[in-house]
Design a protein around this ligand. Structure first.
Ligand code: ADP
Length: 390
């Protein structure tokens, strides 16, 4: 392929972008983010070493396609050559998309049909693809799905105990953070090949958080389900919740779907529990009892879910921490591993404090690792493979 690869990750209030030079493997270049995309957009770019190269405030609300155009114009200037291809992070690929797909009118129509499954995210993912297909039809675009990695889960693991006709209508567990887990599985094979063929749990602990149980690098279970609300306590999302609570909210307070959605997605989790912040670093540094209680609930539920995933795997050979909290918080890793000591997990405290790659002590029955994730790299790799194959 000629020309660099641009990755786009369009969220509900931000657009992240990154450039990769193409070679035997993609090489990370400059990148950036536009936040507040639907109010007062603010764009920051950095070079490949993370040094800020530009900052721009847009004076007004901008139509989303114009922001995408700004990113394309920025990208075209970086290497003095036009883009070779664009890769998109797409939150939902439904049951049908098990691999990355070339963007076409047909694909966009298929993805439009999935909007009901991820109404808060999918439209933002689709918008840049549609815009670029219209204004730049010769630019190859590849859609990479956060659900694809979990398509190796059995129907038994994916099934809710509901009448089967709902499953036929798409009501099942899909799982998310798939690009992160795919990257972790690849890296883990390089770092510890003797363990990577066994039973591993990867804990992606960022603002969104989930677990993936992997056998020989393939997902067999995951803590997020039909939506990205399920499973662990997150920054602002509730995680696991008795469905009876939602019925209670509806009957007792007359709450409607939009109110419940906002409560469960944006005002719960660490923020709801602490009343202070959704941010783990802020809570760790706080002296407030509510911050400590929120962290305790986060760890309790994390350990409980790890236990469930160990049962799905039939044992455990490795535990891998990743994403913001997983990569940078020795405290959370220590609290988690101490509660799992009965299982034979033993931390090397100095390695843990240094955020080393392997943080288990030599006598630990389970290998414990910290592996920084890189979803953008995974997208770029898929793009390079897909475009060369066309
Ligand atoms: P996102 O899911 O938005 O990509 P990240 O993976 O960047 O988020 O994770 C963000 C979370 O990581 C925040 O809760 C943040 O406080 C936490 N975090 C980052 N650094 C640290 C740290 N040194 N100690 C504790 N938490 C941290």
């Amino acid at each position: 392929m000629k020309g660099p690869i641009l990755t786009l990750n369009a969220g509900s209030s931000s657009l992240k972008f990154a450039l990769f030079e193409t070679g035997a493997t993609p090489i990370a270049g400059p990148k950036g983010i536009i936040d507040e995309t639907f109010s007062t957009p603010h764009m920051v770019t950095v070079d490949s070493a993370g040094r800020q190269t530009s900052e721009r405030y847009f004076p007004k609300v901008m139509p989303f396609p114009e922001l995408v155009r700004e990113v394309i114009d920025w990208a075209d200037k970086q290497y003095g050559t036009t883009l070779g291809a664009v890769g998109h992070r797409v939150v939902h690929g439904g049951s049908q998309f098990t691999t990355p797909q070339v963007v076409s009118e047909k694909l966009l129509a298929d993805l439009d049909a999935l909007v009901a499954l991820a109404p808060l995210h999918e439209p933002h993912n689709i918008a840049p693809m549609r815009y670029l297909l219209e204004c730049n039809p010769n630019l190859p675009q590849i859609a990479c799905f956060d659900t694809s990695f979990h398509r190796t889960m059995s129907d038994t693991a994916a099934r809710f105990a509901l009448p089967l006709r709902f499953e036929e209508d798409g009501v099942r567990r899909y799982g998310f953070h798939g690009l992160s887990y795919e990257y972790i599985a690849e890296r883990f094979r390089e770092i510890a090949p003797e363990l990577a063929t066994g039973r591993a749990i990867a804990a992606h602990l960022g603002n969104g958080a989930s677990l993936c149980a992997m056998k020989d690098g393939r997902s067999i279970d995951t803590s997020m389900g039909f939506s990205a609300l399920d499973g662990l306590v997150m920054g602002t999302r509730c995680g696991n919740l008795d469905p009876g609570v939602i019925l209670y909210f509806m009957r007792r307070y007359g709450m409607g779907a939009a109110q419940i959605e906002s409560l469960l997605y944006s005002r719960s989790g660490l923020l709801g529990l602490s009343g202070l912040s959704p941010d783990m670093r802020t809570l760790s540094q706080s002296k407030e009892a509510a911050a400590k209680d929120a962290i305790a609930a986060f760890v309790f539920r994390l350990v409980r879910e790890i236990g469930a995933h160990i049962a799905s795997l039939g044992g455990l050979d490795a535990l891998i921490f990743t994403a913001g909290i997983g990569e940078h918080s020795p405290e959370i890793r220590k609290m988690t591993c101490e509660r799992l000591r009965w299982l034979g997990l033993a931390l090397d405290d100095s390695a843990n404090a240094r955020n080393d790659q392997r943080i288990s002590s030599p006598d630990s029955r389970v290998g414990i690792f910290v592996i920084p994730t890189n979803e953008e790299y995974m997208i770029a790799k898929h793009v390079a493979l897909a475009v060369d194959a066309v």
